[in-house]
Design a protein around this ligand. Structure first.
Ligand code: SF4
Ligand code: SF4
Length: 156
């Protein structure tokens, strides 16, 4: 019948007018982020503001994209000093392997997802800079792999 297609079209339009809205007007509206979402890697700090990182380099070894770089030195009084902990965010695939491998829960996958930038230098981040590392004698997580020996860490 002539015009049947037009009537069908109107029917679909009217049906959709009464369906609940499922679109979100981003950025004015935002959907809640699932708890286990993985976005940019962040450093984790103790309550007193000191980093939890011990500069053990396990995360550096584990990262398949080689986007983590920790430069550390030995303090005269013992222990390590983190000169820089660099994170190449632009090349990170956000797999979370570094976070899983860290025996001290010193890094986390954050919910920071608005990462677009016009400046490429924004994609290289300094997670830690010029801070004393936490003591390597801290108790690691129970399920963590054994911490590397001094020789292994030096080889990283
Ligand atoms: S303590 Fe965690 S974040 Fe720090 S170097 Fe070791 S694995 Fe990486
Ligand atoms: S999330 Fe994956 S790719 Fe990104 S820094 Fe960690 S291990 Fe590397």
């Amino acid at each position: 019948m002539w015009g049947l297609g037009v009537l069908k079209g109107f029917g679909i339009t009217i049906k959709n007018m009464f369906r609940p809205v499922i679109t979100v007007q981003y950025p004015e509206q935002r959907l809640p982020i699932p708890e286990r979402a993985r976005w940019a890697v962040h450093a984790v700090f103790n309550e007193d503001g000191t980093p939890k990182c011990t500069a053990c380099l396990i995360c550096v070894k584990e990262c398949p994209d080689h986007v983590l770089r920790v430069e550390s030195s030995t303090r005269p009084e013992g222990g390590k000093h983190i000169d820089t902990y660099v994170y190449e965010l632009g090349a990170c695939m956000m797999c979370g392997l570094c976070v899983t491998a860290c025996p001290y829960d010193a890094i986390e996958m954050s919910h920071e997802y608005e990462l677009a930038t016009r400046d490429h230098s924004d994609l290289t981040r300094m997670l830690l800079f010029d801070v004393d590392a936490a003591s390597p004698r801290r108790t690691p997580r129970e399920d963590a792999a054994p911490a590397p020996t001094g020789t292994e860490a030096a080889d990283a």
